[in-house]
Ligand binder design. Structure first.
Ligand code: ADP
Ligand code: MG
Length: 704
């Protein structure tokens, strides 16, 4: 649904970390004395104060010390940072850390400084003089760690400055941001691949909590890692019981209230699909609980207040969009609820992973229905326009270049759709756009990568939906999705498939006669040939009494009773991977009708038909033309355009990368007087507010 992660450079106000001057610690002297004898366990104790390594840390540290490139994928909280911090110290010199969030950077620097390490950071939130000092310290060799935001590497001369004194280790945190197949792609990460060679030969360690095998490969190739040591571990969370429940949107709020009524299920994070719903749900829940909303459309003051109240236990329910969570460390979250289907398994896994960091029993409950998928598909169509529309723009570009205004006229596209399509064309190299918004034709090989990206987005939605429908163990499905290297592959024993009796939100009923009969027919069919696909079996059995959905529900009941095991399989069709489920009989198990519990949800109407629809049919596209401006708004609009042009020229990017026409006109129409009303303009989030908020408000005030 709505991408609500626009806070890449999070605001935290001034006065973050204070520089502490410390005596050179004893371990440093020891390290200098025998630099070639890295004793990792001693350093772990002396520098970090930890008694022992957590799983996989030692072997990863050893690989980095050796000088191998490393890809480390472990869940949040597993202790990835140590895997560059400890080797960084052992290797001597400065470790360069690339990190996408200012808040994360500040936390890390603060922690390292508190340990007596010399850590500094350079990012847009700091005064120029402070950044300059950090550069000087770096060049003088006075830093153990230098943290930078990825966009720094685009500043002319900056990578060259770093290269004057090469780092001894390079760590790329949140490395999934480099992959456009990841769930949080950041274009600024893309240039890392180009800039890193300048800073080599230091080894590179890429760290992330969320990378499927595809994303893992992408990280390795984009960063040009060589003979990479890959460590992919720890995705199984044994203390989170996962429940996936089908509920109509109108029923979900009541279910949430019920779940949270038990105090043992709080503190809780409720993930809502949109900003609006996050506010509405928070308002409703506030009647009974200490609850607050959190999303990217709130001012940074309101957001940090909500976050801090939650961390301090002053409120125990936070109703958030996906903007909430990165870098949040609250150990005792008992429940994570999703009130709609997430857009990808990667995002979903990250979000449920915020439950039970303290190791105590916790629960993750997803409330969804098939209609949620439609919403995602709608946004997909909107945010990734069809290839043919990009083609239309590409063809309309004249040999000398054409302005965007002329292109809008020539292509007759609605402005917002045009901007989306042009942006994609530009991202994939099919168009070159200068800061004056003159568009020139780019390379012609943009189609394949664009189609691939679009197909990938669609696959993510498909997989999420299949996950919601599966009768296989939830945790095992997640672990398999991430390709964990050492997972035992056993069912979790606590999800809604493995332990129906402990379900909190799922409701069951006894089977009716037709369902019981179908259950025995299914078992017979599997005795004959095991491992059949569900759809195939439904057809083969010539199932008359039960439609496909009810048939599916019976399989679910058999799976929960332990008589069958369901696994996922896939085949390729027209370049897309189609996932389906196979059913395996466990012959040692027996079932009586009394064991069968059917999910008590009203039957889904037409869902199966919808699922089988071809991708060619799509929902009505909402055409939104720009509002007509009058009076003072026209003056503001012109002033904003003039400013945008200057800014684009200065930053050497196309104007639409500064602000789209739609957003710009939205500001002119709304004439915001303060940050809060600016944030209500569609297209404005925290990152734009932080970067341009003051300027934009000043322009409005001046011109109005
Ligand atoms: P990640 O980056 O994987 O999300 P962090 O590196 O932030 O996780 O570590 C999570 C927490 O675990 C931190 O508070 C860190 O100090 C702690 N930690 C890391 N390694 C160890 C260890 N070997 N022993 C005890 N605590 C550790
Ligand atoms: Mg981390």
């Amino acid at each position: 649904m709505e991408q609500d992660t626009g806070d890449s450079e999070d605001a935290r106000g001034p006065g973050w970390a204070t520089v502490t001057t410390v005596e050179a610690p004893a371990w440093r002297a020891a390290l200098l004395r025998d630099a070639n004898v890295p004793r990792l366990p001693e350093l772990l104790r002396d520098v970090f104060g930890f008694d022992s390594f957590r799983p996989y840390q030692e072997e990863v540290c050893a690989a980095v010390v050796r000088g191998d490139d490393v890809l480390l994928v472990m869940p949040t909280g597993a202790g990835k940072s140590l895997c560059y911090q400890l080797p960084g110290i052992t290797r001597g010199g400065t470790t360069l850390v690339v990190s996408p969030l200012i808040a994360l950077m500040e936390d890390q620097v603060e922690q390292l400084q508190a340990l007596g390490l010399r850590a500094e950071r350079i990012h847009s939130g700091r005064a120029r003089a402070d950044s300059r000092n950090a550069c000087r310290d770096y060049l003088d060799g006075n830093l153990d760690f230098l943290f930078i935001a990825p966009e720094r590497l685009r500043v002319p001369g900056f990578p060259e400055m770093l290269a004057k004194r090469k780092p001894t280790l390079i760590a790329i945190d949140e490395a999934h941001c480099i992959s456009q197949w990841g769930h949080d792609f950041r274009p600024d990460y893309r240039m890392l691949g180009d800039r890193l060679p300048l800073l080599r030969p230091a080894p590179v360690i890429a760290l992330t909590a969320t990378a499927t095998p595809t994303v893992q490969d992408d990280i390795v190739s984009e960063l040009r890692l060589v003979s990479t040591f890959r460590s992919i571990h720890g995705f199984r969370r044994t203390n989170i019981a996962v429940e996936v429940v089908e509920r109509k949107p109108s029923e979900r709020l009541a279910v949430v209230k019920n779940i949270l009524a038990d105090a043992a299920r709080r503190p809780a994070i409720v993930y809502a699909p949109t900003r609006k719903e996050s506010e509405e749900t928070a308002k409703e829940l506030s009647k009974r609980f200490h609850a607050a909303a959190y999303h990217a459309g709130l001012t940074s003051a309101v957001r940090s207040e909500a976050q801090s109240l939650f961390l301090r236990g002053k409120i125990d329910v936070i109703v958030a969009t996906t903007a909430f969570g990165m870098g949040i460390d609250k150990a005792n979250v008992r429940t994570v609820i999703h009130t709609a289907l997430p857009a990808s398994i990667e995002g979903y896994y990250q979000e449920i992973g915020r439950a039970g960091r303290d190791g105590l029993a916790s629960r993750a409950i997803l409330l969804q229905s098939f209609g949620d998928t439609k919403t995602h598909e709608f946004f997909l169509e909107r945010d990734y326009p069809e290839e043919s529309l990009l083609e239309t723009i590409h063809d309309a570009i004249g040999p000398q270049g054409t302005t965007t205004d002329d292109l809008v006229r020539k292509t007759r596209m609605p402005r917002d759709l045009f901007e989306k399509a042009l942006e994609k064309l530009w991202v994939h190299g099919g168009a070159l756009v200068d800061f004056d918004d003159v568009v020139r034709r780019g390379a012609s090989d943009w189609r394949r990568p664009y189609e691939k990206q679009r197909a990938h987005k669609r696959t993510q939605i498909d997989k999420m939906q299949r996950y919601a429908e599966t009768h296989a163990c939830r945790m095992l499905s997640l672990v398999t999705h991430f390709g964990d290297q050492n997972d035992p592959g056993t069912p979790c024993g606590s999800c809604d498939v493995c332990a129906e009796a402990t379900c909190v939100a799922q409701e069951f009923r006894a089977p009716i006669q037709q369902e019981i009969e179908a259950a025995y027919r299914i078992i017979d069919a599997l005795v004959e040939r095991n491992g059949r696909a569900i759809g195939q079996m439904h057809r083969d059995l010539g199932e008359k009494s039960l439609d496909r959905d009810s048939f599916d529900a019976v399989i679910g009941a058999l799976a929960r009773a332990g008589v069958v095991r369901v696994s996922q399989d896939a085949f390729e069709k027209e370049g897309r991977s189609i996932v389906f489920q196979r059913v395996h009989l466990r012959p040692e198990m027996h079932v009586t009708p009394g064991d069968l519990r059917i999910i008590a949800t009203p039957k889904r109407k037409g869902s199966r038909a919808g699922r089988e629809r071809k991708s060619g049919s799509r929902g009505e596209r909402e055409v939104m033309e720009l509002p007509a401006l009058t009076g003072a708004s026209l003056v503001v609009d012109a002033a904003l355009r003039a400013w945008r042009k200057e800014e684009a020229r200065f930053r050497k990017v196309p104007a639409f990368r500064i602000l789209t026409d739609k957003t710009l006109t939205g500001i002119a129409a709304a004439m915001p007087r303060d940050e809060a009303s600016l944030l209500r303009v569609s297209g404005i989030g925290p990152s734009i507010t932080e970067r341009y908020g003051k300027v934009l408000l000043a322009i409005v005030a001046r011109s109005a």
